[in-house]
Design a protein around this ligand. Structure first.
Ligand SMILES: [Zn+2]
Length: 140
């Protein structure tokens, strides 16, 4: 484990990410020191940059948001294994999708042109809900 070198920015920005997490999960399994270490270990190629797990966009720490890979609404917990760093856009887009659905959804999203992607992004989590509905209807 590489020790985290504390700087004022690091403390402030990781504190903000922690506060956001606490807003969604009042009793996270992961602790603040663990979250800081986890973030540090997941930085992109020894830089102080991260990469969105879904669209691969490179992110500075203030733009990093945490997604629950298995959503909270489906019992997913705030553990090192279930947290994923991503951009705010993808976090909103993924919404309630579980990992299999999210994989399909982002594959589909990746096939859209820039204008269609922009249209989908404007709708927040709605396309993800619609996607679940359509998939479940197809199964019936
Ligand atoms: Zn993204």
């Amino acid at each position: 484990m590489t020790p985290v070198s504390p700087s004022r920015d690091w403390t402030k920005q990781t504190g903000r990410i922690w506060a956001n997490l606490r807003r969604h999960d009042r009793n996270p399994v992961i602790t603040l020191p663990e979250l800081r270490q986890w973030l540090f270990d997941r930085r992109w190629r020894q830089t102080m940059l991260w990469q969105c797990a879904y669209c691969r966009k490179v992110l500075a720490l203030p733009d990093v948001s945490l997604d629950h890979w298995n959503p909270r609404s489906r019992g997913g917990q705030s553990t090192k294994e279930n947290l994923v760093e991503c951009c705010g856009v993808c976090n909103r887009l993924k919404g309630p999708l579980n990992e299999v659905q999210a994989h399909d959804f982002f594959m589909w999203y990746g096939t859209l042109d820039a204008i269609a992607q922009q249209h989908v992004r404007k709708q927040g989590a709605k396309p993800a809900f619609r996607y679940i509905r359509e998939r479940e209807n197809r199964r019936v």
